[in-house]
Design a protein around this ligand. Structure first.
Ligand code: SAH
Length: 452
């Protein structure tokens, strides 16, 4: 029987879903934050529950061969990159292994799982940064929240963000300090600047800076714009968003353009997208292209098909498919996203798409009742996966192929098991690393009707 607060040695054998190390002591599962497979550690058992324990590293007995010194000095304190202390090749391998294990264990799915597609340069890949702003020892800081806390870890350069953020951070700190601009304090609810959000078009170099303020008055905003213009190459848009609510949600309701456009432009492949302060856009545009090309490949379109893109967001996948399909119907619950999807279709001269707002589990059965047919269905649901009603209706529509894009292997496994029980076969799974140095893994899955 293990004892809480006792010291044990443990070999880390696996990685949990938030990047923590997993090992066993006397057959009992113990999670160890910061441990990676292959590490031998001395730990203190901080928590002991019925089915598992949580240990804290007190000594590294023998480091894993995959352990590296992370390039970022904040890797251990910042909540952003959970596995930066692991060699990148090993990160890709363990993500693939997790997908395989989860599909087998939860879904009883035996299929081909291709090696995870990683990035050639797995740094500076994010096109959107959200920096909370604070004050430390009288100086302005921008940074990220510490793991499970609202303490800010100050940063001047984040290794996974677009490099232009370095200039933005410098200018904002300078502006706050030079003009004694107040900074929002979560406890007293006083002070002006809450967050700075940046968006970068990787293909165009266009930059948007969003100042999120507790109140309407942004002092010397023209001066701020001049300072940004001087340092930030590609600056296309400076926007103020007002959030005077006591909330963890970053954006408020009102958005004002204080310089340039209210949007920037980016491309994925040859498709053009308008990105505004609050619109959703995939954060790793290079890997998004890889993922969508796989989805297009698995859809196997000839130009004759009616395609459904369920959970379509701003229509990125729909537009990718539209060029090769007869017609694409996109369904999404967020109204603003559907507005963007229509606008994106228009600016790309794509005329064979239709978009519907609503919950997929309501809209898809309605469209089926109206007699709409699907030859191919693509789904890209949120973490919890598809509602059973959606899967049930897909099966009724009897498409010859289903393409499943998933950010959560556990719900994917459950949904694949459902489809396999209804005459579909999981042909192949392609994990794609959309978020290097984090524990996330995205998969695109090719599924075929068996009696074709
Ligand atoms: N395919 C898009 C976005 C996928 S993210 C892309 O690649 O960019 C999942 C999307 O599902 C989100 O846009 C979310 O708003 C939407 N969503 C969540 N629950 C939904 C539901 N019940 N019905 C329809 N859409 C839903």
């Amino acid at each position: 029987m293990l004892q809480k607060n006792s010291i044990y040695s443990i070999e880390i054998e696996d990685m949990g879903h938030t990047g923590e190390g997993v090992g066993r002591i006397e057959g009992f599962t113990v999670f160890v934050e910061g441990g990676i497979p292959g590490d031998y550690l001395k730990i203190k058992l901080k928590t002991l529950k019925k089915n598992y324990g949580i240990g804290r590293i007190i000594q590294m007995l023998k480091p894993s061969e995959d352990r590296i010194s992370p390039p970022c000095s904040l890797a251990n304190t910042c909540g952003g990159c959970q596995i930066m202390h692991m060699d990148y090749g090993a990160q890709l391998a363990i993500k693939g292994k997790r997908v395989k294990e989860i599909l087998e264990r939860i879904g009883k799915i035996e299929t081909t799982i291709h090696p995870t597609i990683g990035m050639e340069n797995p740094y500076e890949y994010r096109n959107k940064a959200q920096f909370p702003v604070g004050i430390l020892k009288g100086k302005a800081i921008l940074g990220f929240y510490k793991k499970s806390s609202h303490d800010i870890v100050a940063t001047d350069y984040c290794h996974i963000q677009a490099p232009i953020n370095k200039e933005v951070i410098e200018v904002i700190k300078n502006y706050i300090e030079t003009y004694k601009i107040s900074v929002y304090d979560e406890k007293s609810k006083k002070g002006l600047i809450r967050h700075v959000v940046t968006k970068v078009g990787f293909a165009t170099g266009e930059v948007m800076v969003v100042m999120i303020t507790n109140g309407k008055e942004l002092p010397l905003k023209n001066r701020l714009v001049e300072m940004l213009q001087k340092k930030v190459k590609g600056l296309k848009s400076v926007v103020q968003n007002i959030n005077d609510k006591n909330t963890n949600v970053i954006f408020g309701k009102e958005t004002l353009t204080i310089y340039g456009e209210d949007k920037i432009v980016d491309y994925i492949g040859d498709l053009k997208f308008h990105i505004s302060a609050q619109s959703f856009f995939q954060v790793n545009p290079m890997q998004t292209k890889v993922l969508y090309e796989k989805a297009l490949d698995y859809a196997g379109l000839t130009g004759e098909e009616n395609v459904f893109d369920i959970y379509c967001g701003i229509g990125t996948i729909s537009l990718f498919l539209a060029k090769k399909a007869k017609k694409v119907i996109g369904v999404e619950v967020v109204e603003a996203a559907i507005k963007d999807a229509k606008e994106n279709a228009r600016i790309n001269d794509i005329n064979n798409t239709e978009f519907y707002v609503g919950e997929a589990e309501v809209v898809i059965p309605e469209l089926y009742e109206k007699g709409l047919k699907a030859d191919v269905v693509v789904v890209d649901p949120p973490r919890k996966g598809c509602e059973e009603k959606v899967l049930e209706t897909i099966v009724k529509m009897n498409p010859k192929r289903v393409v499943y894009v998933s950010c959560n292997p556990a719900s994917l496994a459950r949904d694949l098991a459902y489809l396999e029980g209804k005459g579909y076969k999981t042909v192949e799974v392609q994990p794609v690393d959309m978020f290097p140095h984090t524990a996330h893994v995205e998969c695109v899955v090719g599924i075929c009707r068996e009696n074709t």
